[in-house]
Design a protein around this ligand. Structure first.
Ligand SMILES: NC(=O)c1ccc[n+]([C@@H]2O[C@H](COP(=O)([O-])OP(=O)(O)OC[C@H]3O[C@@H](n4cnc5c(N)ncnc54)[C@H](OP(=O)(O)O)[C@@H]3O)[C@@H](O)[C@H]2O)c1
Length: 247
């Protein structure tokens, strides 16, 4: 396969559209998976390369496995599978249903996609599996299932990477640890927030360099380092104590 081809799973967010745009600018052919296919068609038609759009049923692992296999065979394989799906919510009452939804998307669905991509790469003999993960997975946190699901993703990717090395196969696994950009945006922190094109460019550069793990943007490496270092009694206070209202 000479033409560079990438499959993006979860292609409707602003970040994944920017990633698709920058990859298309580099003449990479794309297969985009999204929940709402129709909303992506117009965007896909603006890209300067061949782009196909497919529907995504991540809550049903057997369906997404079949969809991925079918698209893979139609494309004749791919160089890159980029997983960008993710679900997050916060409710201090911790009702079960949102937790279950997060586990369905971020754990069951994520594992089904990564497991299938890895198998297809193994049959093909090479490839790169990259996933947009979060530094939220480094510790527990108030969005309980979300933080735990991101830790699952990190360990799942590490396991796949170890497996590829044992099989002596040139399959690169890249864990893209995104900073808490939503939180930075909410707090209007220009220090921790970066323009979307810069975020996407750093992700693409890290994938092209075949990085195993990368923090995006780079300065979030500092937060990740601190997060891992803090003793639990300080870390807990940061996360659980309600902020005093300013009067
Ligand atoms: N944004 C941040 O600040 C931030 C920070 C750290 C890590 N992350 C992680 O980075 C990744 C990308 O985040 P993002 O900000 O680009 O977008 P996002 O709004 O978190 O959503 C990511 C993608 O997941 C898809 N998705 C969610 N639930 C789904 C479901 N039930 N079925 C199918 N698709 C579903 C979304 O599709 P629809 O649009 O069709 O729902 C979207 O394309 C996620 O894993 C996220 O957890 C984000």
């Amino acid at each position: 396969m000479t033409q560079a081809t990438a499959i993006i799973v979860g292609a409707s967010s602003h970040l994944s559209r920017e990633l698709a745009k920058q990859l298309a600018d580099q003449q990479v052919e794309l297969a985009l998976f999204a929940q709402d296919v129709e909303s992506l068609r117009e965007f896909a038609s603006t890209l300067p390369t061949k782009v196909q759009v497919f529907s995504l049923q991540i809550e049903q692992p057997s369906a997404i496995i079949k969809q991925l296999e079918s698209v893979w065979h139609d494309l004749g394989g791919a160089h890159l599978v980029l997983v960008n799906t993710g679900l997050n919510s916060y409710d201090p009452e911790l009702p079960w249903l949102p937790e279950q939804d997060i586990i369905d998307v971020n754990v069951r669905g994520f594992a089904a996609i990564c497991n299938t991509a890895f198998r297809l790469f193994r049959e093909q003999g090479y490839g790169q599996l990259a996933a947009i993960n979060s530094i939220a997975g480094l510790r527990g946190g108030p969005s309980v299932a979300y933080h735990a699901s991101k830790a699952f993703a990190q360990n799942y990717l590490e396991g796949l990477s170890m497996h590829a090395q044992r099989l002596k196969l040139p399959i690169t696994i890249t864990d893209i640890q995104l900073g808490l950009l939503d939180k930075a945006a909410m707090q209007q922190s220009t220090l921790w927030l970066a323009p979307l094109p810069q975020v996407a460019a750093q992700i693409i550069k890290a994938m092209q360099q075949g990085k195993r793990r990368v923090y995006v943007t780079k300065r979030w490496c500092l937060v990740a380092w601190l997060t891992k270092l803090l003793p639990e009694f300080i870390y807990n206070t940061r996360h659980w104590k309600p902020k005093k209202s300013k009067k």
